[in-house]
Design a protein around this ligand. Sequence first.
Ligand SMILES: C[S@@+](CC[C@H](N)C(=O)[O-])C[C@H]1O[C@@H](n2cnc3c(N)ncnc32)[C@H](O)[C@@H]1O
Length: 212
Amino acid sequence: MKEIFPGIFRKGNELYTVNAVPGKRVYGEKLTDNYREWIPDRSKLASAILCGLKEMPVKPGAKIVYLGASTGTTVSHVSDIIGLDGIVYAVEFAERVMRKLMDVAKDRKNIVPILADARKPEDYSWVEECDVVYVDVADPQETELSLRNAEAFLKKGGYMLIAVKSQSIDVTKDPKLVFKEESEKLKDYKILQIVDIDKYQKDHALVVAVNQ
Ligand SMILES: C[S@@+](CC[C@H](N)C(=O)[O-])C[C@H]1O[C@@H](n2cnc3c(N)ncnc32)[C@H](O)[C@@H]1O
């Protein structure tokens, strides 16, 4: 197993993080010694790593605002990576999935679950300034929502990671055009990379931008 980014390990085409809760699974993933498999079909961030992500701002000690946390699949790996010096503010508005997220957070002290609408960052304005704003909400207004949250919480030099699904923005357009148009809206940010993750997540890309 080779460490490809701090706290992220690769063996062939498999990714792993070090399990912060040894012996415990979050979503049926494989456990090997102290490692937890990070399944790309279940996580856009894992997909992006396997599809050539060049910079990984989710690293030990990082503070993250995570929008669209769902049941905590990806959030749990973010929690493994950032460790106890980092923190992930996990925003989710669906109560049903929030319950599972709360269970995951019970074992992991660096996850702060927030039941809120990511379109209204003013409702969780107490969140501190962060290194990363990660967005995976599958909303037609996703880019606008990301900008509003970045304005509220992202530090200068911080990163935005936005999982864009072309189908949820405009079903009639070619995905490549949708990704290009969405990234053009991030005009005050420098786009570092648009990672095509279609291999694992149909019609998705991960846009990586920095707040300069
Ligand atoms: C594709 S799933 C996220 C999967 C998750 N990021 C992962 O990798 O484990 C999208 C989630 O965003 C949530 N969501 C959609 N719009 C939202 C909003 N405006 N505020 C908060 N959560 C939202 C949905 O309820 C859903 O759980």
